[in-house]
Design a protein around this ligand. Structure first.
Ligand code: HEC
Ligand code: HEC
Ligand code: HEC
Ligand code: HEC
Ligand code: HEC
Ligand code: HEC
Length: 289
């Protein structure tokens, strides 16, 4: 099943063909389409008279199509119908089959023998690069600029502190980053404007695709890509939430509601350095300890 893989790339073209004369945010889910057998729409998600999915199917905000996008209140629990959802994917699974869907992890590039399928690379690269070679960013021929390539499938706010990190580090921080790159043998790539992007902290590839002794291949080990990031429950959870929720609400503004939990990161994947032991944060920040 190619659903998720196709998300970013398909939508641009499919959307243009299937859309009503209403503008949709970039990379938005397609609308005005009758669900096939592969999709199960819950009974309380209304379809239009032709049995097609429309704005109201997914959004519980009245006349959302008439509201300018920036003014849509994404914190409204019904922004995604029957929400809020802890993860957007949980919303997707209301209609799409979770099991079939989950398997399609684009980062899961290597098979049991450590081989890869060049087609998988070509969801992000126009042509599969050779992991043994060195490339400039231009030669990598990414299908979208590296600062936006993750956003068709992931939110701009996949987790707390992601969005407010997509900024330009000041000179002092740049120097600290360069020192960390040298000392730890990693890369912390920035976008063309010198801003932090998703791949500054995250590696887009499964560990081992690029030799782990090369800076671009060095990333945290141990986590299971199929399981993703795993958190453990923590007895402080309730206290932590009560303390932080008010502050968080203020910070978030119009962003999606974030369910805050004090959870221990148990295993990490696709990170250039560990956040669990703080080394990722310390590559940029100098925290008092
Ligand atoms: C199949 C489900 C589905 C349908 C149908 C749908 N949407 Fe969405 N929409 C989503 C999802 C999922 C998001 C992303 C939510 C997020 O960013 O967390 C979204 C996001 C949005 C946003 C916020 C974009 C942003 O990032 O600020 C707007 C506005 C929106 N949709 C409008 C519409 C309109 C108008 C229609 C009808 C023409 C529509 N949607 C139909 C699922 C749907
Ligand atoms: C209200 C039900 C509903 C929800 C919720 C929903 N989808 Fe869909 N989605 C559909 C329907 C209907 C289609 C049309 C294709 C079909 O029926 O098989 C579709 C098609 C797609 C496609 C195009 C692939 C293809 O088969 O052409 C992708 C990719 C996709 N959805 C991803 C998502 C993601 C990601 C989410 C969550 C952010 C999501 N969907 C949430 C109903 C839904
Ligand atoms: C999810 C998107 C995605 C997929 C899939 C993907 N890549 Fe990449 N790749 C990237 C991004 C983004 C960069 C650039 C990171 C940066 O700016 O340094 C990159 C960089 C690279 C680099 C250069 C690393 C360096 O900085 O020296 C190589 C080599 C590479 N990819 C090979 C592959 C191969 C081989 C595959 C398929 C097995 C693949 N990629 C699949 C997104 C992807
Ligand atoms: C400053 C570093 C940093 C940046 C920038 C960043 N992340 Fe993360 N991300 C992390 C860390 C650390 C985790 C591990 C879990 C956690 O602490 O939330 C994580 C976890 C994740 C997860 C798994 C979340 C979960 O709960 O399962 C996804 C998906 C993700 N990031 C995507 C992104 C995307 C997409 C972007 C760009 C919009 C991004 N990240 C930007 C550091 C970062
Ligand atoms: C074509 C869709 C697609 C693109 C593009 C994409 N991802 Fe993912 N990503 C996935 C899927 C599917 C998973 C598996 C977990 C899930 O279903 O959310 C995943 C998982 C992750 C995880 C682990 C989260 C967890 O706990 O499971 C991180 C971190 C992540 N992606 C970061 C990125 C970054 C950074 C980029 C940009 C270089 C990116 N992704 C581009 C589809 C995509
Ligand atoms: C790639 C560099 C980089 C990494 C890695 C990084 N940060 Fe940041 N962080 C920044 C930048 C840039 C800002 C923007 C504000 C500033 O200049 O201090 C920021 C801001 C913050 C803020 C303030 C948020 C706000 O809204 O003002 C906190 C808290 C924070 N980081 C915590 C962390 C933690 C915890 C980690 C590790 C999981 C981490 N950072 C990893 C660069 C980084």
């Amino acid at each position: 099943m190619r659903h998720v893989l196709a998300f970013a790339l398909l939508f641009v073209s499919v959307a243009a063909a299937a859309l009503p004369p209403v503008d949709l945010p970039p990379m938005h889910h397609l609308v005005n389409i009758k669900p096939s057998k592969a999709v199960t729409v819950p009974r309380d998600f209304p379809l239009n008279h032709r049995g097609e999915i429309v704005c109201e199917t997914c959004h519980g905000i009245e006349d959302i199509e008439d509201i300018p996008f920036e003014e849509v209140d994404k914190r409204e629990p019904e922004f995604l119908r029957a929400g809020p959802y802890a993860k957007t994917t949980m919303f997707c699974y209301r209609c799409h089959e979770e099991k079939a869907y989950r398997r399609q992890n684009i980062h899961d590039l290597l098979d049991e023998r450590g081989k890869y399928d060049e087609k998988a690379c070509e969801y992000c690269h126009q042509k599969a690069p050779d992991p043994e070679k060195e490339y400039t960013r231009e030669q990598l021929k990414l299908r979208l600029p590296p600062e936006t390539i993750c956003l068709g499938c992931h939110l701009k706010t996949p987790h707390l502190n992601a969005l407010n990190h997509l900024r330009k580090p000041d000179k002092k921080m740049r120097r600290r980053m360069q020192a960390a790159e040298r000392k730890l043998g990693i890369i912390l790539p920035l976008d063309e404007q010198g801003r932090i992007m998703c791949v500054t902290c995250h590696s887009p590839h499964e560990r081992g695709l690029i030799d782990v002794n090369k800076p671009a291949g060095k990333q945290v080990a141990g986590g299971d890509l199929k399981e993703g990031v795993v958190y453990g429950d923590h007895p402080w959870d309730t206290v932590y939430r009560a303390d932080k929720q008010a502050r968080l609400d203020k910070l978030q503004g119009n962003a999606r509601p974030v369910k805050l939990h004090y959870r221990r990161l148990r295993s990490e994947v696709l990170l250039r350095l560990s956040a669990k032991d703080g080394s990722l944060c310390l590559a940029c920040h100098a925290f008092e300890r």
